[in-house]
Ligand binder design. Structure first.
Ligand SMILES: *[C@@H]1O[C@H](CO)[C@@H](O)[C@H](O)[C@H]1NC(C)=O
Length: 96
């Protein structure tokens, strides 16, 4: 999100990220036939629209599948020539 907000001069705060996501998720109904699924960050799962509908419900009500991103991005993989691996996030006590 920082990469989206910074070029347009918007501070990377949770509220601005929420507003940007709301803008995308409330695009008109032409979106519904074009998007099969949305991968949420952990943060997105707990965010709501201005009227209190959570983003997960909003997306599912549009017939779009919600997925969750379970890694924290790539890090260099030791012992390789520049290869990377994902850094896991394990907040629920389950295997990835
Ligand atoms: C989103 O709202 C629906 C309907 O009220 C509820 O069933 C669901 O648990 C909520 N999801 C989250 C992540 O709060």
């Amino acid at each position: 999100m920082g990469k989206r907000l910074s070029p347009i001069g918007v501070e990377n705060t949770e509220e601005n990220r929420r507003l940007y996501r709301q803008l995308l998720f409330t695009a008109d109904e032409r979106m519904d036939a074009c998007i099969g699924g949305v991968i949420f960050f952990h943060e997105t799962l707990y965010q709501n629209t201005d009227d209190g509908t959570n983003f997960s419900q909003l997306i599912r009500d549009r017939g779009i599948v919600v997925g969750i991103k379970v890694d924290k991005g790539v890090v260099p993989l030791a012992g390789t020539d520049g290869e990377t691996t994902t850094q896991g996030e394990n907040t629920h006590g389950q295997s990835p």
